[in-house]
Design a protein around this ligand. Sequence first.
Ligand SMILES: Cc1cc2nc3c(=O)[nH]c(=O)nc-3n(C[C@H](O)[C@H](O)[C@H](O)COP(=O)(O)OP(=O)(O)OC[C@H]3O[C@@H](n4cnc5c(N)ncnc54)[C@H](O)[C@@H]3O)c2cc1C
Length: 320
Amino acid sequence: MSSVAYAGRSLELSLGESVLDGLLRSGIPVAHACKAGSCGSCMLRAVGGCVPPRAQVGLKDSWKAQGYFLSCVCVPEADMEVSEAGADTRVTARIMAVDHLSHDVLRVRLQPERNFDYRAGQYLTLIRDTGLARSYSIASLPHESELELHVRLIPGGRMSTWLCEPASVGAQVQLQGPTGECFYVPDREDQPLLLAGTGTGLAPLWGIIQDALRRNHRGPIHLFHGALRMEGLYLREALRALAARYANFTYTAAVLEGTEEPGIFIAPIDAVIASSHPKLNGWRGFICGDPTLVRSLKRKLFLAGIAMGDIYSDAFLPSA
Ligand SMILES: Cc1cc2nc3c(=O)[nH]c(=O)nc-3n(C[C@H](O)[C@H](O)[C@H](O)COP(=O)(O)OP(=O)(O)OC[C@H]3O[C@@H](n4cnc5c(N)ncnc54)[C@H](O)[C@@H]3O)c2cc1C
């Protein structure tokens, strides 16, 4: 069994217990959300002892070098001394505006106090003054002055319902990140790109598409956006306008309930992709949103011919 020292306190971890669970059990508040090593909100810094490699998977090299690690998946083999994530991983920001993109999707605009360097499609962790932390994909482009998030309003959801309250506008929050490898790299400009997501899975894809078009990507770019019903297909007009402007961009939507319209299918999104694109050899794929869909589509795109190394994804895991 190993022990963890934190802010002058020391605690024994139970067998197989993570640093996060040990700290929470001892009444020490640590921001966290997915508890699956994915969202990054529980990041701490090791100031003594050895970090198990699994606890640093997906972190930036500069963060790894400074001892940062994900406490939810850190089960140490020896004693560790840890501290809070430092100011170098967080930026203070102000919520400038919140408006509705659809009945249950909020657009949240944030103004960071200093430069927040990111790639379109990466995600950040939004941390409230209460310590509540949730991850959101970034829908804006790095040159824009404000950051834009698309947040699904979940009944009873602690972060999303707070963001929907008028009082959240003007509030100060902390941003941690950016994290993730779901972004456009302009190395093969003629490669066809397939992007698929449901609900707010569109947020990172919206950023990636605009980034690729701005960088003059020449190959076809095909977006598939799925929702339960028509009203869930937010940004429809903006996406249609983009398709009218760029000959290499195609937008296809799919809903499970409703009446068929041009460009909108009544079918599961994966069935629509399979029938329109049975062979995808040489394509690059981006999949974001619902974790079950991300997992199954990843497999289907691979079986249709996309190399695993050419599939980028972000599963929106809910808080644990
Ligand atoms: C890498 C990453 C990127 C993400 N990007 C986005 C994004 O761009 N936009 C976005 O809206 N969300 C995104 N999420 C999900 C987001 O972090 C929160 O989990 C979500 O907003 C719910 O937070 P909440 O505090 O409102 O609800 P919570 O208080 O965490 O949850 C309230 C209840 O709702 C349930 N619940 C939580 N999420 C869902 C869900 N999706 N469907 C059904 N029930 C749910 C919970 O299990 C709980 O019972 C992302 C998550 C990850 C890990």
